[in-house]
Design a protein around this ligand. Structure first.
Ligand code: NAG
Ligand code: NAG
Ligand code: NAG
Ligand code: NAG
Ligand code: NAG
Length: 470
């Protein structure tokens, strides 16, 4: 992203920049015996529910008083939500993530988590925190045109992407602030945008080349704040695994595994710091990815300009997605006619290939299971390649040098290569359990339950409770 977005750590609503550790500031920091009792009751209720075979995320207490105490300080329910962009679920099997493995032993790992469609960064980071499908929250891609607004969203330019008009739904950090709780967000897509006139209590705008360790330090600055200032929801975004996956390719690629290993070590620093503060059984840590990644190669290219005529290609105004081609015709031609012409052109391409490795759909025929139709921002023609395949023109790649990028995501969200990770530990998760696969839109409700928040409208179906299989 663009370094002009910010190169400093800026909390949104206070004058502080970095916080020093602050000890107990007064009697309100010490939990009273009554508060202990609330905690005990809630824990018993949780134990009973655990017995019935579900992961219970959220205690039954409706009481807002903090009910944890680490020996010196009172704590309200807390979630640290970390995204390791582009981490393939299968990569957790390769013994390069000892910290995440230990977390899974001490908590819950999902068999896998299904990203929302399209499995790309901005749509999924917004689904993770709003509980809405991209068609419902409106961030349908990293780049898209909105005919009602007559304007385009482009994720890399803040003046094009930070405007509230683009961002539908209510992220958990806004739900928290609206219900009088604090939230802090580090570089999560959308965190610099005002939603319903509200911002997170603290936020750090995106800036590339900030290490995960620096972000962990920021998390501790927030955790060490006095109770009344301390955020209960903390979000942290880590882009390095995705960047390496695009450049080097996923799956047992040494360079990509090295960045995953480094990210794992940073999470290790976080868990160590929590342990030092006697917070392991008080603070929930949830680590996810937004999507997986597929390896691409020059042997899996489809040159669509081999079959589409220049006249047909000239009808195209924008291609708003990759590797799926989200095609929008030029605005000065009859839209329905142009879509029909281009649809027939891609059918011709399909028929010309022995094994086509892609499908073409008019938007209204895109299958239900993608939940990707109901938004004016979705282009009228969608050409979806098989995992690992790319639809390009001869101008895009002429051969010779190795095809770049070597890793691509954004394919069918149900393909195994698209699968995202979910690992969590803390007081709201049982130990050593596996969650059956679920869609990432479930997590908004899961976190709402833990934080005792009334959720906004969402597309969750599990009511904030994940199933466990063993
Ligand atoms: C750590 O926290 C637990 C409650 O979670 C408490 O019982 C214990 O006394 C604390 N330990 C120390 C050393 O303060
Ligand atoms: C949309 O905006 C462009 C400039 O960005 C302008 O040329 C065009 O006339 C606008 N179209 C409509 C329908 O307002
Ligand atoms: C409890 O947490 C606070 C805030 O992070 C920390 O300063 C304190 O040292 C912790 N107490 C113990 C007993 O570890
Ligand atoms: C998703 O949630 C939004 C907001 O409540 C709703 O409008 C939409 O119909 C839901 N989508 C589905 C497929 O249930
Ligand atoms: C959102 O989730 C909550 C909790 O599961 C549920 O009660 C509510 O019906 C959901 N809202 C919508 C609009 O789906």
């Amino acid at each position: 992203m663009d370094p002009t977005e910010s190169d400093r750590i800026i909390p949104a609503t206070t004058n502080h920049t970095r916080y020093q550790s602050i000890g107990p500031t007064g009697p309100e920091e010490q939990a009273s015996p009554v508060q202990h009792k609330v905690g005990a009751v809630a824990l018993v209720a949780m134990a009973v529910l655990l017995f019935s075979g579900v992961v219970v995320c959220g205690l039954t207490a409706t009481d807002d008083r903090p009910f944890f105490n680490n020996g010196t300080h009172a704590f309200a329910p807390t979630v640290i939500f970390i995204s390791l962009d582009g981490t393939v679920n299968q990569d957790l099997e390769f013994h390069i993530t000892p910290v995440l493995s230990a977390m899974a032993d001490n908590g819950v790992r999902a068999e896998y988590m299904t990203p929302s469609f399209p499995p790309i960064t901005f749509p999924n980071h917004w689904s993770l925190v709003t509980g809405l499908y991209p068609e419902a929250h409106g961030i349908v891609g990293n780049y898209f045109y909105d005919a009602n607004l007559n304007d385009s969203f482009y994720y890399k330019s803040p003046d094009k992407s930070w405007d509230s008009k683009w961002w539908g739904g209510e992220p958990i950090w806004i739900t928290a602030v609206q219900q009088n709780k604090k939230s802090g967000v580090i570089m999560w897509p959308g965190c610099s945008t005002e939603i319903n006139g509200v911002r997170p209590s603290y936020s750090v705008a995106f800036h590339d080349h900030v290490t995960a360790d620096d972000k962990v330090d920021q998390v501790f600055d927030w955790i060490d704040l006095p109770l009344e200032d301390r955020p209960q929801f903390i979000g942290m975004y880590v882009p390095e695994v995705d960047q390496s996956g695009h450049a080097n390719g996923p799956y047992a690629n040494e360079a990509s595994h090295f960045s995953l290993h480094l990210a794992d070590q940073s999470i290790g620093r976080l868990l160590d710091g929590l342990k030092q503060r006697n917070l392991t059984d008080i603070v929930n840590v949830i680590v996810v990815s937004d999507h997986g990644m597929s390896a691409t190669d020059s042997s899996r290219l489809i040159y669509y300009d081999d079959v589409l005529t220049q006249q047909e290609l000239d009808l195209i105004w924008t291609i708003e997605a990759f590797p799926m081609l989200g095609i929008r015709p030029r605005l000065d031609v009859d839209q329905d006619k142009a879509v029909e012409t281009l649809y027939q052109a891609f059918r011709r391409l399909y028929d010309s290939l022995e094994t086509p490795h892609f499908k073409v759909y008019k938007k209204q025929d895109f299958p239900d299971r993608f939940h990707f139709r109901d938004n004016v921002r979705i282009p009228p023609l969608l050409v979806l390649p098989d995992p690992g395949w790319n639809l390009i023109t001869h101008k895009d790649y002429r051969g010779g040098s190795p095809y770049q990028p070597r890793g691509v995501h954004g394919y069918d969200n149900l393909s195994p290569e698209s699968r995202a990770i979910f690992v969590a530990q803390g007081p709201n998760f049982p130990k050593g359990k596996t969650a059956t696969p679920f869609w990432n839109v479930e997590l908004y409700n899961v976190m709402s339950r833990i934080l005792n928040l009334k959720p906004a409208s969402n597309n969750s179906t599990l009511n904030g409770i994940l199933d466990i299989s063993e």
